[in-house]
Write a protein that binds this ligand. Structure first.
Ligand SMILES: [Zn+2]
Ligand SMILES: [Zn+2]
Length: 191
């Protein structure tokens, strides 16, 4: 099925919500580039129609603070099927594209799952995970930059058996990392 209007959802700066916008096939008549506004200019989404029958979607990833570029073939872009694009550095979905109602359903399911995970607090039974976490806590105590995810300063650290979360109590931004991420971050330090 081919649509004239599809929707896109891209992660907001707090990492706990998505901006959803509609893109019409006529949005690209006479122009190749379209900028979709977010709440904060640096997180705006840029869509460029390529001559190679594809769209290049650029975004500043709120999870890892790097720019990501996703190349989407035109056939896929207008198909209506919901496609999901993930941050290459962390286990997080940052962009969705597809037919409006299906897309909204997929995004809300994704957020529900994410947020339900966060609420669970557990005792870490995996000793390797427990060690990575305690190293990360020590490291962030000695240098706040290891727990800084926004301009507000040091974030709080929460965790469950699957993920470690940095949570800013001022702006609400949340960044999630895995235990293997924590292991990589703390690998170069002697404890
Ligand atoms: Zn990223
Ligand atoms: Zn903040």
């Amino acid at each position: 099925m081919k649509y004239n209007t599809i929707s896109m959802a891209f992660m907001s700066e707090t990492c706990t919500d998505f901006y959803i916008c509609d893109i019409n096939i006529f949005s690209f008549s006479g122009v190749r580039k379209k900028v979709i506004k977010s709440g904060e200019e640096k997180y705006d989404l840029t869509i460029v129609k390529n001559t190679t029958k594809s769209f290049k979607v650029d975004m500043l990833c709120p999870v890892c603070n790097e720019n990501h570029s996703f190349l989407i073939p035109q056939s896929q872009f207008w198909s209506g099927t919901v496609y999901t694009y993930a941050c290459p550095n962390y286990e997080a979905n940052v962009l969705f594209i597809g037919e409006n109602s299906e897309l909204k359903k997929t995004v809300s399911e994704y957020l529900d799952e994410e947020l339900s995970y966060m609420g669970k607090s557990v005792l870490l039974t995996d000793t390797r995970n427990a060690e990575s976490l305690s190293k990360l806590l020590i490291l962030s105590e000695s240098d706040a930059k290891y727990a800084t995810i926004c301009d507000c300063g040091k974030a709080d650290i929460a965790y469950n058996d699957k993920f470690i979360y940095f949570i800013c109590n001022k702006c609400g931004k949340i960044k999630r990392i895995t235990y293997s991420d924590a292991e990589v971050i703390t690998a170069d330090f002697d404890f």
